[in-house]
Ligand binder design. Structure first.
Ligand code: BES
Ligand code: MN
Ligand code: MN
Length: 457
């Protein structure tokens, strides 16, 4: 491992510059104006994997953006690690809120600022560089496969088909993913649970056209007013979701796990200060960490309708819209929750309006084991490089492919993330600490080594 550290030290600058080049490509999967850039990013990832030393790499077409697949098989009798990551990024809007342009990466105070720096190009590229290090130093202890996709930020809709069609090729003993965060740089953690998701859009229609708000106002239902009423009725005074059956499948977490969560370092004052809020708000009876990990939620992500241009226009709009997401916990099924929502939303609509519910994407929650060889190897690897045993912790975000891989490939994942919640993923000024980037590159080879050793028994 000393040799690897020396190699990392000697190549730090190049490792950073290569990531910067990748971050310059605006591979925004949600916006078709960037489709050439998304495709270009796939080619670059393939090329970099080849340079790092894989036997073969391929840009595999799907109905959407391609999957980059690569492998290095040294001995069929040895364990195989399947690395998953994504090369697509979230839209950078609103651009004016960035201190520097999102696709012109800059390093400031030890942090690399760019869209995708943490989610997930930076974290994905740690694996490419860790692999290069092992290859160049004759230190690769097992087989590796890479599966880097380009549609994670739009729901990975074509990945299940790809996995089914490539089941043999993707055969592995563990899926290794760096697409989550840790508690802090001096408090490493490993993610052991992710929430599921149901994402949908609602449309509320009142009169057949926009009306004069003076001539008709007071007598005709205003769909924006109605939508607001409907939305606010979706939570009760205890901030619980009021949709009948919403909590039915929810698995109550054991007292033991809740006690363990309560011991994780978390400073509520600091949390509030960071967000410039005076007080947090959420479901009664649960702590902030619990509210964002083991409890399901409902949030409006966007709401619009009527006149939002300059000045004032007196109008009673015909339509109102909202985008709504529900974060789900184990046992809640994304489809089932969509149906419960749809039924309830129709039931609470007044006869003065009509409503439509349009599903977007969804995904299932995941819990990953802590008693597996893979978890133990990841824990030991972090211990080796951080000097501290990482804390197992569930998180609030979603990576729907974790459950899908388990279902289709029969392989469980390890969520070895190196980001921080303060990295502002999906927000303006996304960043990734250079400390975190290099720490990830340093830690990953330990995982390979311990995983291989422990697999041999
Ligand atoms: N990397 C994130 C998920 C994440 C972030 C997990 C931080 C844990 C901590 C991923 O790229 C993401 O943004 N997922 C989406 C879901 C997807 C279906 C669009 C999400 O969580 O909103
Ligand atoms: Mn991600
Ligand atoms: Mn993301």
């Amino acid at each position: 491992m000393e040799q690897l550290n020396a190699y990392l030290e000697a190549n730090k600058e190049r490792f950073l510059n290569e990531l910067i080049d990748l971050l310059k490509i605006p591979s925004v999967s949600a916006d078709e104006n960037f489709s050439n850039d998304v495709l270009r990013a796939a080619e670059v990832v393939k090329q970099r994997l080849l340079e790092a030393g894989v036997d073969q790499a391929e840009v595999c077409p799907t109905k959407g953006y391609p999957v980059v697949y690569a492998e290095k098989i040294i001995d069929a009798a040895l364990p195989t690690v399947l690395v998953y990551g994504h090369y697509d990024v979230q839209p950078a809007d609103p651009y004016e809120l960035w201190d520097s342009p999102p696709f012109e990466p800059v390093v400031k105070n030890g942090d690399l600022y760019a869209r995708g720096s943490c989610d997930d190009k930076g974290q994905m590229y740690m694996h490419v560089k860790a692999f290069e290090m092992m290859m160049k130093n004759n230190a690769l202890p097992c087989n590796v496969k890479f599966m880097i996709e380009g549609e994670e930020e739009v729901g990975s809709v074509n990945l299940e088909t790809y996995a089914i069609e490539n089941k043999d090729r993707l055969k592995a003993d563990v899926v290794l993913i760096s697409d989550t965060s840790m508690i802090a740089n001096d408090a490493p953690s490993i993610t052991t649970g992710l929430r599921g998701l149901t994402y949908l859009e609602v449309e509320v229609t009142g009169p057949n056209r926009d009306l004069h708000s003076g001539v008709y106002g007071g007598a005709v239902a205003n769909p924006i007013n109605i939508l607001c009423d409907m939305i606010s009725s979706l939570h009760d005074a205890d901030r619980r979701v009021t949709i009948p059956g919403f909590y039915e499948a929810v698995e109550e977490v054991s007292k033991e796990e809740r006690d363990q969560m309560a011991r994780a370092p978390f400073n509520l004052d600091e949390y509030q200060r960071h967000l410039e809020i005076k007080e947090v708000m959420g479901e009664k009876g649960y702590t902030t960490l619990e509210r964002t990990s083991i409890r399901p939620t409902l949030d409006v992500n966007g709401i619009w309708g009527g006149y939002i241009g300059k000045g004032a226009k007196t109008v009673l709009p015909s339509k109102a819209y909202a985008k709504i997401s529900m974060r789900l916990v184990p046992n809640q099924k994304s489809e089932a929750i969509l149906h419960l929502f749809t039924k309830h939303f129709n039931a609470i609509a007044t006869p003065s309006v009509t409503v439509k519910v349009r599903p977007h994407h969804g995904g299932e929650a995941a819990v990953t084991p802590t008693d597996s060889i893979a978890y133990k190897a990841a824990s030991k690897a972090m211990e080796a490089t951080f000097g501290k045993t990482p804390i197992p912790l569930r998180t609030g975000g979603s990576i729907p492919i974790v459950t899908m891989f388990e279902k289709v490939l029969g392989v469980k994942s390890v969520l070895l993330g190196f980001g921080l919640d303060s990295d502002a993923i999906h927000s303006p000024n996304e960043k990734f600490g250079l400390f975190n980037y290099y720490k990830g590159i340093e830690t990953i080879p330990y995982f390979y080594r311990y995983f291989t050793e422990m697999s041999k028994g």
